[in-house]
Design a binder for this molecule. Structure first.
Ligand code: HEM
Length: 155
């Protein structure tokens, strides 16, 4: 169903914006207890949890409503990366929330820095992999269509 694919794509776009925004806040303010403990940062962490959950549900719905995707080259890698990234986002959000509810010991900042940086790399990788698979798949369809109507030219 085209609508689910569209929603999955938009959830992925929103996920990147939210995660990058909250990570910027984290990297700038994690050493400042007052700034990092404010309610808008907590709201962004809740959004990280919520949007990644929606992204997971939409990804699963996409496969259920259109199982043909499973036959497309590279899609298993994309799904594995997607699941791994969503796990990483959840780990990140949980650790950040725990930090905010604790005495905010500076020693605990480093591990969250590392998980956040790795999650950004994963998020970018899944996004580009998903888009590339879609583009290659659409390109094949266009080629097949052109061949069918006799428009395709080998040169
Ligand atoms: C952080 C996690 C994820 C991100 C950032 C992400 C991102 C994307 C993007 C950008 C596309 C291309 C959309 C388009 O151009 O129409 C896509 C497609 C797709 N996604 Fe995800 N996705 C994620 C997780 C998942 C999960 C968990 C599943 C399955 C359980 C999944 C299944 C699919 C499928 C089947 C497609 C269509 C094939 C393709 O274009 O690769 N995705 N995803």
């Amino acid at each position: 169903m085209e609508i689910i694919q569209e929603l999955h794509k938009w959830a992925a776009n929103i996920m990147i914006i939210i995660f990058l925004y909250s990570s910027m806040m984290w990297f700038w303010f994690s050493a400042d207890r007052q700034k990092i403990g404010n309610s808008s940062f907590r709201f962004f962490i809740s959004l990280e949890m919520g949007i990644s959950g929606i992204l997971l549900l939409l990804g699963i719905s996409l496969i259920i409503t259109n199982p043909n995707w499973l036959g497309v080259k590279g899609v298993y890698i994309k799904i594995f990366l997607g699941l791994f990234t969503i796990g990483s986002i959840h780990l990140c959000a949980t650790k950040t929330k725990k930090f905010l509810d604790s005495s905010m010991n500076r020693k605990d900042i480093k591990i969250i820095n590392i998980i956040r940086a790795l999650t950004i790399i994963l998020l970018m990788t899944v996004y580009t992999t998903g888009t590339m698979i879609r583009v290659v798949h659409d390109g094949d369809n266009i080629k097949e269509f052109n061949e069918k109507i006799g428009l395709y030219n080998e040169n």
